[in-house]
Design a protein. Structure first.
Length: 620
């Protein structure tokens, strides 16, 4: 039996996807690799096309009613006679099936327990498999994955039925955790269809890399599907369901690892056990498998949380290609290289597949030969006054260039000009990278010196309050928000926007500010606020798709609402800083050493360090 209509499984290879479909090609590969696969044959896609290729608009009914050419019919029946099986499984095998990323599991039909010696029953099962390519569910699934309907075809696998004592599915990687070294096995008495279709709560076992059972739990075996004497299958109940032994689990796991080695990727495998004989019924790539857990180095455990705070959600493709890659990535990489001489790539931290971020990998900076020179230079900057950054001419150069870029009329720009903008913004970012490399060590040194002094004096509790009085853009924004809150209160908008609980509803407040005649002064103040602070991000500097303050008045009004609800409960930052400084200056050691002037200078320098850190972020 060897023609264009039917092929024995032993004649099929992994390269025969177009002829045998995904399931048939994978089974042929397993047969050739020496696995115990039930004997059978493939009704090829050529047979399908010969039978239904003339249909102008295929649908399930038309495909199942189509006249089967005599040559195709005779070839199928000849193959069945050579197989000489009493009962067979007839399984769909589409050309778009069992591929990485698109398993199509359950999208086409399978018919179990078909009488292999009943010509009409066998041919009817083949026709129904063909028709299952055109169910609404299968069509919708292909459309979602972008599969071209003009190219898809279907083969049919006919195999001897295995009267399984136990059957189920095996995953050669943990589908929940993504751990590639583990094997997960779900099993139940009878045919595996009960497990595959979710009709039962199966026995569940997880095996480690040495094939030892890590965890196992017993299922409920609510029903058992088995081959019926009358044909097809039947559902029965059992009092004492059979269960896999540890030895059987280990044998299955070893088979699973061998199958994974054949295909080179984690596999979703259907298997059956008759006595002690294992049969492999299907193997397909695992889809939607989580990334494998990452074994973190010490450096990654330190740097991971820092970067992760900037990535509260998965970046969108354009955020990566138009902002992170040309701007934020080089900036962060430049900081690490410029300050300590280590090298890493943000592209490795946020790896992409087809432009989509696949996972988060904590950065693992690699030391370079530049480390000694960079560290010496950085140490030399520790004692500098960070306040010098405000007068650095590069700061004004940066601001002027940003203003010029912001003045561009993007709606009038050509496509090429638009595509060039991310790189132009990246060039500006290089200026800020150089400034931060120059002044952040000085800022860090000032804060370390203040923290060290407070540790010696036993007053580390004062640290946060002492640096609250830093003159930063963030403090300016807070003051402007407080002014907005006063205007909202004076216009009577706050009381009108309170909800049933008595708190100010930000959405209601934003609506009043946008349209109420009494809110003219608030609107003018909000416009001024947006001009100064509207570029601030609502989520992260890495994620420009999220609205800025200027694009989201509700966000600004939510901050105003907090101030209105809080009222004057908290002391102003200036007062808290002054109280903390007074407490520090009263310390007996400071008084004894008469170090008041030096302590004041240190506190001012540390506050300026906060300014450098906050304002360079603001400028970015």
């Amino acid at each position: 039996m060897s023609d264009t209509w039917c092929l024995p499984l032993r004649a099929v290879t992994r390269d025969d996807l177009a002829t045998a479909g995904g399931k048939g090609a994978n089974l042929g590969a397993l047969v050739r690799a020496g696995f115990a696969v039930p004997d059978g044959f493939v009704v090829t896609t050529d047979a399908y096309r010969a039978a239904v290729g003339g249909l102008a608009a295929p649908d399930r009914d038309a495909v199942e009613r189509a006249e089967m050419p005599a040559a195709v019919r005779d070839s199928i029946l000849d193959a069945a006679r050579l197989l000489d099986a009493g009962r067979v499984a007839v399984r769909s095998s589409a050309t778009a099936e069992d591929l990485p990323g698109a398993a199509f599991a359950g999208q086409q039909d399978t018919f179990l327990g078909v009488d292999g010696r009943d010509d009409e029953a066998l041919l009817d099962a083949v026709r129904r498999c063909w028709g299952s390519l055109w169910t609404e569910r299968a069509i919708a699934y292909r459309a979602r994955l972008g599969v071209d309907e003009q190219t898809v075809a279907i083969a049919v696998v006919v195999q001897r039925m295995v009267p399984a004592d136990l059957a189920g599915v095996m995953f050669t990687a943990d589908p929940v955790t993504g751990r590639r070294e583990r094997i997960v096995i779900d099993s139940s008495p009878g045919l595996g269809e009960a497990v595959v279709s979710g009709l039962v709560t199966p026995d569940h076992a997880v095996l480690g890399p040495d094939d030892a059972v890590v965890t196992r739990s017993a299922g409920r075996a609510e029903t058992v599907i088995r081959q019926s004497e009358a044909g097809g299958t039947e559902t029965v109940t059992v009092e004492t369901p059979a269960r896999l032994t540890d030895a059987q689990l280990r044998r299955l796991a070893r088979e699973g690892r061998r199958i994974r080695a054949v295909f080179g990727s984690p596999q979703d495998i259907e298997w059956a056990l008759v006595g002690e004989e294992i049969s492999i019924l299907q193997a397909r790539p695992m889809t939607a498998l989580p990334p494998a857990p990452i074994r973190l180095t010490r450096r990654q455990r330190i740097t991971g949380p820092v970067i992760l705070e900037l990535v509260p959600r998965r970046p969108w493709p354009m955020e990566v290609s138009a902002w992170i890659t040309p701007n934020v990535g080089p900036h962060v990489e430049g900081l690490v290289d410029g300050i300590i001489g280590a090298r890493f790539s943000l592209a490795d931290v946020l790896p992409t597949i087809d432009g989509v971020v696949d996972q988060f990998v904590p950065p693992n900076p690699v030391p370079t030969p530049r480390v000694p020179r960079r560290l010496i230079r950085t140490i030399g900057r520790l004692g500098r006054d960070p306040r010098a950054w405000a007068e650095d001419p590069r700061r004004q150069e940066f601001r002027d260039a940003v203003a010029a870029l912001g003045a561009r009329d993007l709606e009038a720009a050509s496509w090429d000009e638009l595509l060039a903008l991310p790189a132009q913004a990246g060039q500006l970012t290089e200026i800020m990278t150089a400034l931060r490399v120059e002044y952040l060590p000085a800022a860090g040194g000032a804060m370390v010196r203040l923290r060290l002094l407070l540790t010696i004096l036993g007053r580390t509790d004062l640290f946060t309050a002492l640096i609250l009085d830093a003159q930063t853009a963030t403090q300016d924004a807070n003051a402007a928000l407080a002014d907005l809150a006063d205007l909202v209160h004076d216009a009577g908008l706050a009381d009108r926007a309170r909800d049933a609980a008595g708190t100010v509803d930000p959405a209601a407040l934003a609506a009043l500010v946008a349209a109420d005649p009494a809110a003219d002064e608030v609107r003018n103040a909000l416009a001024t606020f947006d001009e100064r602070f509207g570029h601030r991000e609502t989520a992260s500097v890495l994620l420009p798709r999220d609205p800025t303050w200027g694009q989201s008045p509700e966000t600004v009004m939510a901050l105003v609402a907090v101030l209105l609800d809080r009222g004057a409960e908290a002391a102003p930052d200036h007062d808290r800083a002054a109280q903390a400084l007074a407490a520090l200056l009263r310390h007996p050691v400071i008084r004894r050493l008469r170090a008041h002037k030096r302590v004041r200078h240190l506190v001012r320098t540390a506050s300026a360090a906060v300014t450098v850190r906050e304002d360079t972020h603001f400028e970015l």
